[in-house]
Design a protein around this ligand. Structure first.
Ligand code: GTP
Length: 806
């Protein structure tokens, strides 16, 4: 057996110091265990009184809760900095702790077609939320519950994330334990990535699904990145164990190698492919079979079939070894050459998973109705409950100092609106309640707009159905009607000047012109545009000032196609679209001075404005080009405040539509430090126009450049095609950043320009006999190649000349 890292380290310590020490440090794994100062949300006696007088929904626990909250709040009022989050949690009474202990907010995320929706359908069936199972693109034409949109059912892809909830009764040592699970099924396709972003922003844990044949795929890598961005602990589920060539251990190796996430199987399969009938639970060394017409009967046997005994022993040893690498308790037991008990293993998996140092891997076949229930047990066993996750808000009173939120019903309310959806009953706003509870009829404050709104209706979502509730407790997810806001807004009870950081919204990279075929439809067309924009922050609409065309921008061709199709189906508007265009940017590369006078004095009211200053390029930051900036450094009042404001407006308008090819301007500073005003002929409009003219002239003198979007591209394919793919990428001037070669497949990470990637999918298919796949997401802007810049500028100038002729 190979020498374990902990043994090696200890042995070398012994060699150097002559002392053999076992791991002394106790694990500091859960984020909540580290003592940290907490500014408690709210401390006035009035708030305590409000907490006490709240609607009696959680009736049996209310009085104890209020008493506990009062004690905590009083202490916080006396000295807020003296309380740690542990103190607060320690003071939560048992009923409240029990409610939170059995609450899970989880997402299901994975590469396209891994089976997220199929798994979710089983989860809903086994938890009794739905009475029958319907397949994605199934023969009965009903479609899976979570793909509620017609388009999703037809295409067999998830477009929008869908939320639901269920109760799972976990059987543990002959006892039944009921867990409440809020679940969000997310789309796999990169074009709908915002749906994954906003789901992960508000969830406490995730199930990462992998295909047993393909293992880690290009989009798994993106999902992994997103999970890391929001510190999401995850369990992994290797699905499609019924498929030919299924190999769960390949997926385990790839999670370790490609995602660099320590992972180990906690099950091994019994039977393969067609004859896959169950799994061995490696922790308790027992066999689990799912039987019955839809796998609803779980049979547990202490007898592990002989055919898998050796494999089970080997994999159990690997599990313990991997855990010893990430958990000090297991490392200590391992060093003492003892075997940890099932309880110790389970506890270590839970600690390490929540600390995001480990991912336990389970396996099954959702389509074959096999072994989904043990995955649900694992959600309860290893993913965190809301008080095990650190959720921070920013305190506006204290220079946005972070404040920890505690999912405690009697504390003042804080929630985050993470998704908006138009429904037949008006705007539906999805909210994660981080602290306090949200009650029907309650007034909440929008931290961004400072506006007070009443919450008329609260619902729990079950895909496209809803269930009205009078109150939602802390740590839960719900949706509300009649609350006007933007995606990412924080809501409070009005006493706390807190806001929460929002999710990451990637920039759109593709745009196209669009117009209704019949002018009669323009009313519905505008309605659809407004709705889609409100719902999806990665979908943008603007009207080009010169061509008067409506331009839509988004994350990819599929993203925009789906909106065009939704417009046709949901709004009955047939549209004409232009060719997809890359979202270019413009910038300057050297500093330049300007002194520009706008002068029209031809009798009557004239126009006069003089602006003097300079333009400079802004050094790109670590994430690329920065937004352009305006500054005034006028001394002596040569331009009044009012006119300087107009200059800034002129600057912003210029940046929206750059002088080179009409695309937005990045990385450019414009400074106005002098100028002149005419007593009667100057106006805000003349200063705005003068600034725009000066900008245009100076920009062209400052060695401008067209920037093109570069895409972080991940390609996976069988090893024999590596040469072909490198060839394809070289032709596209891609920069290959990393290549990982596994036993069968390789993964290549490259930066490619989006422009060069049009038509790539069909070429990749041809070059790999259909076995290669790729995913890409926006990374940064780079200067476009010289020839392309010339072509773009020439095309833009020609279009402008044609327009002027008309
Ligand atoms: N053989 C086999 N096929 C499966 C299994 N689970 C799902 N599938 C099939 O895989 C395809 C994709 O399943 P979905 O559940 O739509 O996958 P998804 O990950 O939700 O897809 P997107 O959301 O569009 O990315 C469907 O044809 C399913 O029937 C499985 O366990 N075994």
């Amino acid at each position: 057996m190979r020498m374990h890292r902990a043994v090696r380290a200890a042995a070398s310590a012994e060699a150097s110091f002559g002392v053999f020490k076992t791991c002394a440090a106790r694990p500091r794994f859960m984020c909540l265990n580290a003592p940290s100062r907490v500014l408690l949300a709210g401390s006035s006696p009035a708030m305590v009184a409000r907490g006490k007088g709240a609607q009696r929904h959680f009736s049996e626990s209310r009085s104890t809760l209020a008493a506990a909250a009062e004690a905590v709040l009083k202490q916080a009022a006396a000295d807020p900095s003296a309380l740690t989050q542990d103190d607060i949690i320690g003071k939560l009474d048992n009923v409240e702790k029990e409610r939170l202990r059995k609450l899970r907010n989880i997402g299901i995320a994975a590469h396209i077609d891994s089976g997220k929706t199929t798994v979710t359908e089983r989860v809903l069936f086994y938890t009794g939320r739905i009475k029958a199972i319907h397949e994605v693109r199934g023969k009965d034409s009903v479609g899976a519950k979570m793909d509620s949109m017609d388009l999703e059912r037809e295409k067999g892809i998830t477009i929008q994330s869908a939320a639901t909830f269920c109760d799972w009764v976990k059987k543990e040592d002959g006892k039944d334990e009921k867990y409440h699970i809020n679940l969000i099924d997310t789309p796999g396709h990169i074009d709908f990535t915002i749906e994954v972003e906003r789901a992960l922003r508000v969830l406490d844990g995730a199930v990462m699904i992998l295909c047993a044949v393909s293992g880690v795929q290009s989009q798994t890598i993106t999902v992994d990145r997103q999970m890391r961005r929001y510190n999401i602990p995850r369990i992994s589920f290797v699905n499609k164990m019924d498929r030919m060539g299924a190999n769960p251990f390949k997926a385990v190796d790839q999670i370790n190698q490609k995602l660099r996430m320590p992972a180990a199987a906690i099950q091994v399969p019994i039977g393969t492919e067609d004859s896959f009938i169950g799994v061995v639970d490696l922790i308790n060394m027992r066999a689990i079979y799912t039987e019955g017409s839809r796998g609803e009967i779980i049979r547990v046997s202490d007898e592990v079939p002989e055919s898998v005994q050796a494999l089970a022993k080997e994999r159990r040893a690997m599990l313990i070894e991997t855990l010893a690498d990430v958990d000090d308790d297991i490392a200590e037991i391992y060093l003492d050459e003892k075997t940890p008990s099932p309880e110790q293993i389970k506890a270590a998996i839970r600690r390490a998973t929540i600390a995001r140092k480990f991912s336990p891997v389970l396996m099954g076949s959702a389509l074959g109705d096999k072994c989904v229930q043990p995955m649900l047990d694992a959600v309860c066993d290893y993913l965190p409950n809301p008080i095990e996750v650190e959720n921070l808000a920013l305190d506006k009173r204290r220079e946005e100092a972070p404040v920890k939120l505690v999912s405690y019903n009697s504390l003042p309310f804080i929630g985050l609106a993470f998704k908006l959806e138009e429904s037949n009953y008006g705007q539906l706003t999805y909210i994660r309640v981080y602290q306090g509870s949200l009650k029907k009829g309650m007034n909440v404050f929008n931290a961004r707009t400072d506006k007070r709104v009443k919450v008329p209706r609260i619902v729990r979502m079950h895909s496209n159905e809803m269930e009205e509730v009078p109150e939602i407790g802390a740590g839960e997810i719900c949706a509300v009607f009649g609350v006007d806001c933007a995606s990412g807004d924080t809501f409070t009870d009005g006493n706390l000047p807190y806001s929460m950081s929002s999710m990451f919204v990637p920039d759109p990279v593709i745009s196209l012109s669009i117009k209704p075929k019949k002018s009669l439809d323009s009313g519905n067309f505008s309605k659809a545009m407004a709705r889609f924009q409100r719902e999806d922050p990665t979908f943008r609409v603007h009207v080009d000032a010169e061509s008067q065309e409506t331009i839509i921008s988004g994350m990819g061709e599929l993203h925009l196609d789906i909106y065009v199709e939704r417009m046709r189906r949901e709004y009955k508007v047939e549209v004409e679209t232009g060719k997809p265009q890359v979202a270019y940017r413009e910038t300057i590369t050297q500093g330049v001075k300007f002194d520009h006078t706008l002068k029209k004095q031809t009798g009557g009211a004239g126009d006069f404005a003089r602006v003097v200053g300079y333009m400079d390029p802004i050094e790109p930051g670590p994430n690329g080009y920065l937004p352009s900036k305006f500054r005034e450094e006028v001394t002596g009042g040569s331009i009044s405040e009012k006119y300087l404001f107009a200059c800034e407006k002129g600057f912003l308008a210029s940046c929206e539509k750059g002088p080179l090819i009409g695309h937005p301007v990045l990385g450019t500073t414009m400074v106005i430090n002098d100028g002149a005003t005419h007593m009667t002929d100057s106006s805000e409009m003349s200063f705005k126009n003068a600034t725009q003219q000066a900008f245009r002239k100076a920009f062209k003198e400052a060695k401008p450049q067209v920037l093109e979007p570069m895409m972080k591209t991940t390609i996976t394919a069988p090893n024999e095609f590596q040469g072909n793919i490198v060839g394809l990428l070289n032709k596209r001037n891609a920069i290959i950043n990393d290549t990982e070669i596994g036993p069968e497949d390789f993964t290549l990470l490259a930066d490619c320009s989006l422009n060069a990637m049009f038509g790539f999918s069909s070429q990749l298919r041809a070059a790999t006999q259909g076995k290669g796949e790729f995913g890409m997401e926006f990374s940064h802007y780079n200067p476009a190649p010289g020839q392309l810049q010339k072509e773009l500028i020439a095309a833009h100038d020609k279009a402008q000349a044609d327009r002027n002729k008309k």
